[in-house]
Design a protein around this ligand. Structure first.
Ligand code: CTP
Length: 419
């Protein structure tokens, strides 16, 4: 999603760094538009570094590409955090004397504001009248929260925490996408999704783990919830910020786990009431046979780790599958030896490996993705092939993890409608 984050001149601007980071981590394209006053609190270099995009306050930069209009028209979502009393007044009046003001007039995307100011300013009749104008115009208002303020006193005026703003904004967009596209095709379904990488303890401080970020599974869970499903998301270890977008969704319940055994228990508990089960988690195939109760020390010499095989969670769920239930597996595959541009050879090898795995796993659908050389793990983008239980290719998709997630749900929905 193309997100414009407007930052205005309040001390809470430092917290907006985290908000931008959370959006970027979740695979969104973020453009920060600060006001001149915002830059007194947090500078251009910080915004460029966290958003990975150029930052300007001026309508006179990038004139050739009509940047002042392009930002507003490209946006799928605009978030203003913090929104000062002054900016809210300018918004209410439609004043466009800087890039943020122009962007706000040029956009038709949902606009979310997170006010932050002293309680007296918030309660002033002028501010309240401006808020009423903005609300009547369809602007979404998140906060302010009640609590300690910078001056030492307290009351309503604190900016809502960045994670909550992100969650609220994504919910608003999810709801409006659902309304505008009519995509509520998973309404009434209960879905269980696993994500992240399990960790198998070696001793109290060490573990065997993997590089799964959890992003694809979270995208699968969110896409299902946005399309109307009730989702249980069993999350093993995920990268910082990845779970935040799901945590705020009213139809997603998150259960945290660590080891393969814990993941198996959680998924086995969730599965009997689920219409669709999606195993995205990178489950460790092996665990340490006997976990040391005390930290292994160098003075004891090079340790020998005996490994034993973990249960195949997906295979267990397939064996217990009830009539009408759809089970989806993921297969993370590496492709050795194919040249970077040799898509055909790469796909042929992925298909071959995928077919063998589809036959072995028995899931209704198997989503095959490539995880080496800049693909898959820890990346915002992904490319997948979707096979059915016979190994036939039913669809392929690439793009953001969200668009891949939607393609997977399209394949699930198509399968369920013909089953
Ligand atoms: N999986 C599982 N339990 C395991 C290992 C994997 O449920 N112990 C699931 C994964 O969540 C995924 C699918 O099985 O949906 C395929 O995982 P993958 O690691 O690609 O396959 P493996 O069976 O581990 O095969 P290999 O490591 O040989 O490729």
């Amino acid at each position: 999603m193309f997100v414009v984050v407007g930052v205005t001149g309040g001390i809470a601007a430092y917290k907006t760094v985290h908000l931008v980071r959370a959006l970027v981590t979740n695979g969104h394209e973020v453009h920060v538009v600060p006001t001149e006053n915002a830059l007194r609190f947090v500078g251009t270099a910080t915004w460029e570094a966290v958003s990975r995009n150029p930052v300007t306050t001026s309508v006179h930069d990038g004139v050739a590409e009509v940047r002042h209009v392009a930002l507003g028209t490209s946006a799928d979502l605009v978030i203003i955090a913090p929104a000062t009393a002054n900016t809210l007044a300018k918004m209410a009046a439609g004043i466009a004397d800087d890039l943020l003001g122009v962007t706000l007039l040029a956009t038709t995307a949902p606009v979310v504001v997170a006010p932050a100011m002293h309680t007296a300013m918030w309660q002033h009749a002028a501010t309240q009248a401006n808020m009423a104008t903005l609300a009547a115009r369809g602007v979404h208002i998140v906060g302010p929260a009640d609590g300690a303020l910078t001056g030492g006193d307290s009351g309503p005026g604190r900016m809502v925490e960045p994670d909550e703003i992100v969650a609220a904004a994504l919910r608003i967009v999810g709801a409006s996408t659902e309304a505008s596209t009519g995509r509520a095709d998973l309404t009434g379904l209960t879905v269980a999704v696993s994500t992240g990488g399990t960790r198998e303890p070696i001793d109290p401080v060490r573990y065997l783990g993997n590089r799964s970020s959890g992003r694809q599974g979270v995208a699968i869970a969110l896409a299902a919830a946005d399309r109307g499903a009730d989702v249980v998301l069993v999350a093993a270890h995920v990268n910082d910020g990845v779970l935040e977008s799901a945590a705020g969704h009213p139809r997603v319940t998150i259960e945290r786990v660590s080891t393969a055994a814990e993941l198996q228990t959680a998924m086995t508990d969730a599965s009997p009431t689920a219409d669709v089960v999606v195993m995205v988690a990178a489950v460790a195939d092996y665990r340490v046979a006997s976990v040391s109760p005390a930290k292994l020390r160098k003075e004891d010499g090079v340790p020998r780790l005996d490994l034993v095989e973990n249960p195949d969670v997906l295979a267990g769920l397939v064996a217990a599958r009830r009539p009408g239930q759809t089970i989806v597996g993921f297969a993370a595959e590496t492709v050795e030896g194919a040249g970077a541009g040799d898509t055909e050879a790469i796909d042929a090898e992925l298909l071959e490996r995928g077919r063998r795995k589809a036959a072995r796993k028995g899931a209704d659908l198997l989503v095959v993705n490539r995880v080496d050389g800049g693909h898959g793990f820890e990346r915002p983008e992904n490319r997948v092939l979707v096979l059915d239980a016979t190994g036939a290719l039913v669809s392929e998709a690439s793009g953001t993890k969200r668009s891949v997630a939607d393609a997977v749900w399209d394949a699930v929905a198509a399968r369920r409608s013909t089953a």
